[in-house]
Design a protein around this ligand. Structure first.
Ligand SMILES: Cc1ncc(COP(=O)(O)O)c(C=O)c1O
Length: 433
């Protein structure tokens, strides 16, 4: 497929246009332009966000650890503000599963932008939202019949929590250590990744949250559910930010049985692991009552969904004229059009993820690395992931640490990652590990 591109470096040959190139660094990393831009960011953006990476800087004994500033991306390649080219093994937090600036996503968004950018949410739906809901439910696990669209992963989890409260009449949520479900007021108390994210907001967030360790014994799950206050068990079928952790065989089934026996619903947070990334359309089984999707759904546009069974969604009742749950940008038409272009690829996307993931994993294991995860959601256990991720960035590879103790390098690359990019990355990892 032909890509139109404004890639700032190199000639427009096929590899450039498809984002299949190795890194090419022209300046130090970060370069002077990135540094200057981050200075502006540090003056203008809330200091808790990206501007200065205190944790890694402290771990490296450096005064600061500035990010590169992204300017352009295609396929697996990212260019920064200094014209340095990188290979992105994160796919931008797992979003660009089908590749950055996927041509079908770009084409769909362009056509939709020239037709209708914004409709009126619950008041006046548009055609793309209707088509998307139908397609999304069509690929959902058995029993799922309805969906609520959102814009972020946190929106999708908020939708699951509200649905469970309505369906069960119970305020409580059971979630798991290392779990990450977003940082909105509704979701922040649910995460079990870092207490510092939740602690300042305890007085204004849901106090009815219990946490158990991820993959806790089922007796402990049953005990936590025995108090009768838990309406929702929220779990990532494969944990992402918490360290790319796969629970033991049968654990999700056991959790589901325990939840249902106690009258609670089960929500699978597949925001990171869903939509084919792990080699299956859905990473978790059995089919949950509620399913949260986001990230890769719209190929880079902000869109998410809470999917639910007929019984769970019926708890919302019929619209009384003013929607009980909506937002201004509900079912954003450009996002929905982009998502349809991603779902068009769902036929062979899981197989492609399994194949690429197998190639990446095999190459890592052949060099002696310990690898966990599934498909294109892999974690490499390393002693010092903070130092390794910085050193890899300086060699042109973008990776993120994951785990409460940053114990693994998380690899969630785009499915278009090439053999040469895998080999180059593995060589670089050998050099820095
Ligand atoms: C499993 C999971 N759930 C929820 C979220 C929150 O998504 P968002 O940042 O889009 O709100 C994330 C984000 O990393 C995630 O990995």
């Amino acid at each position: 497929m032909t890509r139109t591109t404004t890639v700032p470096t190199g000639s427009l040959d096929g590899d450039v246009m498809n984002g299949l190139l190795p890194p090419e660094l022209r300046t130090a990393v970060p370069g002077p332009r990135s540094e200057a831009l981050v200075d502006v960011l540090a003056r203008r953006e809330c200091p808790a966000i990206t501007s200065r990476r205190a944790r890694r800087a402290a771990a490296l004994g450096a005064a600061q650890d500035d990010p590169i500033v992204w300017r352009e991306a295609v396929g697996s390649n990212v260019w920064d503000a200094d014209g340095n080219r990188f290979v992105d093994l994160t796919s931008g937090f797992g979003v660009a599963l089908v590749g950055h600036r996927d041509p079908a996503v770009v084409a769909a968004a362009r056509v939709q932008s020239e037709r209708l950018i914004h409709a009126m949410g619950d008041a006046f739906p548009d055609e793309t939202r209707i088509a998307l809901l139908d397609r999304l439910v069509g690929i959902a696990p058995p029993g799922i019949t309805h969906a609520i669209l959102g814009l972020s992963g946190a929106d999708a989890v908020d939708g699951a929590v509200k649905t469970a409260v309505l369906a069960t009449g119970r305020p409580g949520v059971l979630s798991f250590g290392g779990g990450y479900h977003g940082l909105s007021l509704g979701t922040v108390p649910l995460q079990g990744y870092k207490a510092a994210f939740s602690d300042p907001f305890r007085a204004i967030t849901n106090p009815h949250v219990r946490h158990l360790p991820y993959a806790a014994p089922l007796d402990a799950v049953r005990e936590a559910l025995a108090h009768g206050d838990i309406g929702l068990v929220l779990v990532e079928p494969i944990q992402g930010r918490g360290g790319i952790r796969v629970p033991p065989e049968g654990w999700l089934q056991g959790v589901s049985d325990a939840a249902h026996a106690a009258g609670a619903l089960v929500a699978h947070d597949e925001i990171q692991c869903g939509l084919g990334r792990t080699g299956e359309v859905w990473a978790g089984a059995p089919a949950p009552d509620l399913l949260c999707v986001g990230k890769a759904l719209a190929g880079g546009y902000p869109l998410s969904a809470t999917l639910g069974t007929e019984a769970a969604m019926a708890a919302w009742g019929a619209s009384q004229g003013e929607a009980l749950h909506t937002q201004t940008f509900l079912g954003h038409p450009v996002g929905c059009a982009a998502a349809l272009a991603v779902l068009d690829q769902m036929g062979d996307l899981p197989t492609r993820c399994a194949e690429r993931g197998g190639r990446l994993r095999g190459s890592l294991e052949a060099r002696g690395f310990r690898v966990q995860g599934r498909g294109l959601m892999l974690g490499v256990a390393l002693d010092d992931t903070l130092r390794a991720s910085r050193a890899l960035l300086e060699r042109g590879y973008i990776v993120l640490p994951a785990g409460m103790g940053a114990e693994v390098l998380a690899l969630t690359p785009p499915v278009v990652l090439s053999d040469a990019q895998i080999d180059g990355f593995v060589d670089a990892l050998v050099a820095v590990a």
